[in-house]
Design a protein around this ligand. Structure first.
Ligand SMILES: [Zn+2]
Length: 455
């Protein structure tokens, strides 16, 4: 079997083959940097990062671009509120995003283009769209004329007439058609703006991705990925802009969309508050457990996010690192097993890969001969490598309690143990005490309640 990926454009799983067999191209829509990002925004980078490393080992190369949107009305609003230039906001939160991704074990893309560094390319693409009759200037705006592109709606499978019938009535007067979208808009003096043939202004969001994908990956890219929430209108509009700017050449050959995280299920722990920002989550939990949790469901399915899910991932990793700790004297290098490659070839089936990982660990625990121990440790490390897991030493994993950032997580476990005792669930309480003891945390019963300290 070879790599098969579900293509949203055709609604089918298809055998993947890149245009250049030595170097596939991939573009993933990145964050708008005006605040710390939500854990839901990490699912795409984590999953498509697993895909990126698979493509690199399969083809020997990859050109992977993930953009930074650093001009946007939400950024402008944040800058105005805090009385600072927009670059203060965008620099700060682009850096925070890179830190968050690194904490989750997401390797940086090859290219991280920023919209404000591509204004000339954006203007040039808009000029081409106007010249070919696909866009028009009106009242200092430039709009894309959706009726000029027969393929409009092909990704989201929406019918243009139906879309227009459902459009709101308060349509801007300068639009010829209610579905037309903004490529360029005017900026007043208090807003960031660049000189253009249509006056001082700034680009719309959709055109950024089309211009940056063209600048770094060419007219046709192999894979374009992002969250399912971006399918319409963002990705539909990217296709319209790029295909019209390139005489109909296909924009992306494979469209991959990840499902959303749901927060409606199990209640998040009270002691930690409803933590949803990566910046806070990585301080309350081992970041590797967050990565494990994000990969625990198939990427196209919705994922129910909860403290319970995170704790389950912590326990799973405790077991896996426990196995590696037992094999610490066995000399073995990571080799990715065929069963893991086969699971990932099946449209990135990470739950199946994790089942395979658990099976290998089970076999490793039962291994008797040195040869079996060496082979199974190689497989275990290799399986982890393919998923971006198990790459720290067991000692480092179990010593995580030594980091000051883990205080909130330890306190949450202590609270959970108190609650378990009150509920007379002594098995759970003992399990938590043992887990804390393994991490070098000692519990002390005092008149004021349970205190904890590091051994
Ligand atoms: Zn995009």
């Amino acid at each position: 079997m070879s790599l098969h990926l579900y293509n949203t454009l055709t609604r089918r799983e298809e055998a993947f083959s890149p245009l250049d067999p030595a170097c596939p191209t991939m573009y993933v829509c990145g964050p708008t940097v005006y605040n710390f990002v939500h854990i839901g925004n990490a699912r795409g980078p984590v999953v498509f990062g697993v895909l990126a490393s698979l493509l690199r080992r399969r083809y020997g190369g990859l050109r992977y671009a993930r953009n930074i949107t650093d001009v946007d009305d939400k950024i402008n609003a944040a800058a105005r509120e805090q009385g600072v230039p927009i670059t203060t906001i965008t620099d700060r939160f682009a850096a925070a995003y890179r830190e968050d991704m690194a904490a989750l074990g997401v390797a940086p893309p090859d290219i991280e283009p920023e919209a404000t560094a591509h204004i000339p390319q954006i203007i040039a693409m808009i000029e081409r769209l106007i010249a070919s009759g696909h866009a028009y200037a009106a009242e200092s705006h430039v709009l894309f004329a959706v009726s000029s592109f027969d393929g409009y709606g092909k990704l989201s499978r929406r019918d243009l007439d139906e879309m227009l019938a459902g459009a709101r009535v308060d349509v801007a007067p300068y639009k010829r058609n209610a579905g037309d979208f903004v490529l360029w808009k005017p900026s007043t003096d208090d807003l960031p703006g660049w000189a253009s043939p249509w006056g001082v202004g700034r680009p719309g969001w959709h055109i950024e991705c089309s211009a940056m994908a063209e600048a770094h990956l060419g007219a046709t890219i192999d894979i374009h990925a992002g969250g399912i929430d971006l399918q319409f209108p963002h990705h539909e509009n990217e296709i319209a802009q790029s295909e019209c700017a390139h005489d109909g050449a296909p924009f992306a050959r494979w469209w991959l969309h990840n499902g959303m995280l749901n927060f409606g299920g199990a209640k998040m722990s009270k002691s930690l508050g409803n933590i949803e920002k990566i910046h806070d989550l990585v301080r309350a939990h081992p970041p590797e457990a967050l990565r494990h949790a994000l990969l625990s469901a198939h990427y196209r399915q919705p994922l129910e996010w909860s403290d319970g899910l995170i704790e389950q991932s912590v326990r799973t990793l405790d077991r896996l690192y426990g196995t590696l700790r037992d094999l610490v004297d066995v000399d073995a290098a990571a080799v990715i097993p065929a069963g893991i490659e086969a699971a990932l070839d099946d449209d990135l089936n990470t739950p199946q890969a994790m089942a395979e990982l658990a099976r290998i660990a089970g076999d490793a625990r039962k291994a008797v001969t040195d040869d079996d121990k060496r082979r199974l440790k190689s497989d275990l490390l290799g399986a982890g490598l393919a998923l971006g897991l198990l790459q720290q030493s067991p000692a480092a994993w179990f010593a995580r309690g030594a980091s000051g950032d883990d205080d909130a997580r330890i306190q949450a476990m202590v609270d959970e143990r108190v609650a378990a005792k009150q509920a007379r669930d002594f098995a759970r309480a003992d399990a938590i005490r043992q887990q804390l003891a393994d991490a070098g945390i000692l519990l002390e019963d005092t008149a004021a309640g349970v205190r904890w300290k590091r051994a």
